[in-house]
Ligand binder design. Structure first.
Ligand code: PNS
Length: 158
């Protein structure tokens, strides 16, 4: 059973994340969206909110599960016997961080391969931090995140 983990903070889940996931799904038997519980990083949405939102946004993908995880990603990969880690690349500036993370993960657990998916051009400029900023200043969120996430962001503001 070829299992891939798709790790991230997903604060919140964007159309860019969905695009990467939809590209990865046909290539693996199972994909787990591994949602990082990072207690030292302040997030807009709680871990439960992030997981629930992702579950709702990926309901149309039948080989996707969602799980919260705290700790080293490679420990999760080992525990689940995952063969791949999925990450998205939007632009060249992502590469440095992704390269370092992939090498660190390979050093710690060479059995898992990091696989990069290029997002579609339409989503290349979307990041969760831009979404949070647009939300903060009351901008239109509909080009960036699925409708359920727009609703959740609006509910946060009220
Ligand atoms: O969406 P993000 O915030 O870029 O995702 C980063 C994430 C959660 C994938 C990364 O910080 C991570 O893997 N955290 C778990 C801790 C870990 O394994 N760190 C070593 C990786 S270099």
């Amino acid at each position: 059973m070829a299992l891939a983990l798709y790790p991230g903070t997903f604060d919140p889940f964007t159309y860019g994340h969905l695009d990467v996931l939809e590209r990865a799904c046909p290539l693996f038997e199972q994909v787990e969206v591994t949602v990082a519980i990072n207690s030292s990083k302040h997030t807009l949405f709680t871990i439960d909110e992030r997981c629930t939102l992702i579950e709702q946004c990926v309901a149309h993908l039948d080989n996707v599960t969602v799980a919260a995880f705290e700790g080293l990603l490679v420990d999760r990969a080992r525990e689940r016997q995952a063969t791949a880690l999925v990450r998205g690349l939007r632009q060249v500036s992502d590469f440095d961080y992704e390269f370092r993370m992939a090498f660190a993960n390979r050093k710690m657990y060479p059995e898992v391969e990091t696989v990069f998916f290029m997002t579609s051009e339409a989503h290349a400029m979307i990041s969760a931090s831009i979404v949070r900023d647009v939300h903060r200043w009351g901008g239109d969120l509909t080009p960036f995140v699925p409708p359920l996430v727009v609703e959740a962001l609006r509910a946060k503001a009220s």
